[in-house]
Every structure is written in structure tokens, then in C-alpha cells.
Design a protein around this ligand. Structure first.
Ligand code: SF4
Length: 413
């Protein structure tokens, strides 16, 4: 991993089995597996290498390399020009002949990849697409015949889903994105009746006029979906295909890194933490899935970094919504806080949250005239200086207030 994203406090926590003792009987608990996955480490290393050997040439990144602002800002400071995610096609207009063009870990649509290959020699295209995403595409490329209906369990608009859709449509006539259980109900119905219009139009993609309803069906998953959900959806779609005698092929493409992080997060959530903080980029799919998993077992908040925290309120967001503030998020008598971090979250951001709690507890102990527990963590750098607790008191309000706010703030996903 790049040194810029390492964190000594997080490495210590890993060595301690994920436990960070705080004052008295208070602690933070981290899962066995969290943070950067192999695919992310690979992508960042490749982008970094290309910066080291660019010899003054512009480096154009086709959207964020991963969905994490800390990481993308760091590369921006190193001179990478990051194109807007929904305008990556502009590269064909603004890119110069000497540019180095970098494909992010999610990949890019096939048409764009082909246009780039026409325009730039291989040495000027740095492809950081994760191997697990390429395995998914390999499955689609192996579909035999054009009559397939491809169902993509994924987040519409996510760059990986867009890249996958373009490949699905190269090998089939119809591709449909299913966000979850509700869309799957509609798809099961459509497989039986042919009435695809019930699925939102933005999620239906057709390359050319379709033959009469029938033909084989394939299901793939965006690599970072909620694993437990994918198996349920797969079974329901299989049953619908059996009913109407349509061949069905499933590619179980949620990646191992996503599954491991979700399994480890589940174990943390089963220990009854008072609160779970899920740390990661707001557009990150795998982070959003950790939140969905956590919110069933404890009050959970998706935060970008420690700057979201104050003893009496937290600035967080819902996976499909905007940011919001919740007061009194920290119960007065809290004992255990779970910290989860997505595969695109740098250890440094997790470490900042750990230090925030250490400072909060030290200040609380000092306030009560007791020696502060643990190590002295008064070395705020510019990041955690911003992240220090604003008011050095523990627990911002009653549990009743917190429960009421959470109920109001959480729409169904
Ligand atoms: S989360 Fe999975 S698909 Fe995404 S970069 Fe990591 S290994 Fe690759």
C-alpha cells in the first residue's frame, strides 16, 4: 500500500485483533478484514507508477480511480487530471496526443476502451481495471448467441455497472439493471409475461428489436453488492425461469474481497455495539453495502472521515441520499463502538476516527480529574486537527432522543 494511506494506529489495532481499548470499559472494535482490498492496492500502485514515469506528460484519469475523496484528492495534488465520472467520453475531445490515459479500477464502457485503443498506443493507456471486474466481463463474452437477456444486479449509474452494461449489450440484445428485491419482483413478472415496461426505463437497455419473448437468461452481479441479497435474488430468478422453461445461467460475481469484508462486519455487528460507524466514500458501493448490513443490528452512520464527528452530532449520509446531521448520536453510557471501513477506505481515515475517540475519552477523563487512559495521542496533523472533538464531553444526549432521530432519518433502502 502507498505510504500516504498507511496508519500506524490502525496497524496496531490490527495486531491487537481489532480491539482499541479506551477509558474504563469503553472500546472500539474493528473487523478482522477491512479497508483497502487487493484490487484497490493494485490500481493505486499502477497509477502511482505511471506518475513516476510520465516525464512531464499530462496524466488523465477517466473518473475517480476509486470512490474515495481522500485518495482522489491525493492524486489530484500530484497533478493527475481527473475527469468527471459522467463525462469521461470527453477524453476523446480534450486528450492530447502525448497524454497518458488511465482507466480506473471500475473499468470503462467497451466503446470508449475501443476508441482509446484506436487513438493511443498501448504504452499510453494504463488500465487499472480490477481483475474481478474483468472476470465478470469474461463471463459475458462467453455467452453464446445474441438472444440472451442479461440481468445485472447492480447500482444504476455506477461506473462498473455502466462498463458491464456496454459489454452485456455487445453479447445480447437486452440488458436490465436490477437494484434489489423490488426490481427482481418486476423482472420475475416480466420473464413470465414479457412485460418489461414495469422496470424503470432508465434501467432497461435494448440493442436492437427483440425476438418474441423467450430465450436464455443470465444474471451477473456488480462485484460489490450485498452478498446475502445476491443469493436470494438468484434463486427467485431461477425459479421464474424454470416456470417458463427458459435456460438460466448465473455468474456469482460479487468479489471475494467484498464477501470477506461483509462476513467480518457481520461478526462485529453480532457483538451488540452501541453504535456502528461505517467509514468510506459517499459514492462507494461496497461501503454502502456495509451500512445496509450494519443498520439492522445497531444505530449506524455512514461517514466520510473523522471530520463528520462531534460529541453531540454526526454528519452522515444515506447510500441513496444526501448528507444529513443527527444530534445526540452517541449514547451517554456507550461502551463499544464498531468501526467498519469499505474496500476503498484508506487506513489513514480509519486512524483519524480512532484518534478522535481517544481524544474524546482522554478529555472526558481529564474533565473528571482522572488520568487519561491509553497512549498520548496529542499529535494532530492537519487532518486530525480538523477532526478533534469540538466539545470535550462524552455522550451528546439521551438514548430516547437518538432513537427518535434515527427513526425519522432512515428511509427504506
Ligand atoms: S472491491 Fe472487489 S472488485 Fe472492487 S477493487 Fe476490490 S477486489 Fe476489485
Amino acid at each position: 500500500m502507498l505510504d500516504a494511506f498507511r496508519d500506524a494506529d490502525v496497524e496496531l489495532a490490527r495486531r491487537q485483533g481489532g480491539l482499541v481499548p479506551l477509558a474504563g470499559d469503553r472500546s472500539l472494535v474493528l473487523p478482522q478484514v477491512f479497508g483497502f482490498c487487493g484490487g484497490v492496492v493494485h490500481a493505486l500502485a499502477k497509477l502511482n507508477e505511471c506518475l513516476d514515469r510520465r516525464c512531464g506528460r499530462p496524466v488523465r484519469l477517466l473518473g475517480p480511480v476509486i470512490h474515495n475523496d481522500t485518495v482522489n484528492q491525493w492524486f489530484r495534488r500530484r497533478g493527475v487530471d481527473i475527469l468527471e465520472e459522467d463525462r469521461i467520453g470527453d477524453i476523446l475531445r480534450v486528450g492530447g496526443p502525448d497524454d497518458i490515459v488511465v482507466i480506473p479500477a471500475f473499468g470503462v464502457p467497451l466503446e470508449l476502451a475501443e476508441a482509446l485503443a484506436q487513438r493511443y498506443p498501448p504504452g499510453q493507456i494504463v488500465d487499472t481495471t480490477c481483475r474481478d471486474v474483468q472476470v465478470l466481463w469474461g463471463f459475458l463474452a462467453a455467452l453464446d448467441g445474441p438472444d440472451w437477456t442479461v440481468l445485472v444486479h447492480g447500482r444504476p449509474g455506477h461506473p462498473e455497472t455502466r462498463a458491464t452494461l456496454s459489454r452485456a449489450l455487445r453479447h445480447s440484445r437486452r440488458a436490465v439493471v436490477l437494484r434489489g428485491a423490488e426490481d427482481t419482483d418486476l423482472a420475475c413478472q416480466a420473464l413470465r409475461t414479457g412485460a418489461w415496461e414495469a422496470v424503470p426505463a432508465a434501467q432497461r437497455h435494448e440493442r436492437e428489436p427483440l425476438p418474441p419473448e423467450g430465450g436464455p437468461v443470465a444474471l451477473v452481479n456488480q462485484t460489490t453488492m450485498l452478498y446475502s441479497e445476491t443469493s436470494t435474488l438468484a434463486e427467485r430468478l431461477a425459479a421464474a425461469c424454470r416456470e417458463v422453461n427458459r435456460p438460466y445461467r448465473l455468474a456469482d460475481t460479487v468479489c471475494r474481497a467484498t464477501q470477506d469484508r461483509q462476513d467480518a462486519a457481520r461478526r462485529i455487528c453480532a457483538t451488540y455495539p452501541d453504535v456502528v460507524l461505517v467509514i468510506g466514500g459517499r459514492a462507494s458501493s461496497n461501503t454502502a453495502q456495509l451500512y445496509r448490513l450494519a443498520e439492522g443490528s445497531a444505530p449506524a452512520y455512514l461517514i466520510e472521515n473523522a471530520r463528520a464527528l462531534s460529541p453531540d452530532r454526526v454528519t452522515h449520509w444515506l447510500p441513496e441520499g444526501g448528507p444529513q446531521e443527527t444530534p445526540a448520536w452517541l449514547p451517554q453510557r456507550w461502551r463499544r463502538i464498531g468501526l467498519l471501513a469499505g474496500a476503498s477506505c484508506p487506513a489513514r481515515d480509519v486512524g483519524d476516527v480512532v484518534r478522535w475517540f481517544q481524544q474524546l475519552c482522554q478529555a472526558g477523563a481529564a474533565h473528571r480529574g482522572q488520568p487519561g487512559p491509553g497512549r498520548d495521542k496529542t499529535r494532530p496533523n492537519e487532518r486530525n486537527a480538523e477532526a478533534q472533538p469540538e466539545r470535550m464531553e462524552e455522550g451528546g444526549g439521551s438514548d430516547e432522543t437518538r432513537t427518535r432521530d434515527l427513526r425519522r432519518d432512515r428511509p427504506a433502502l
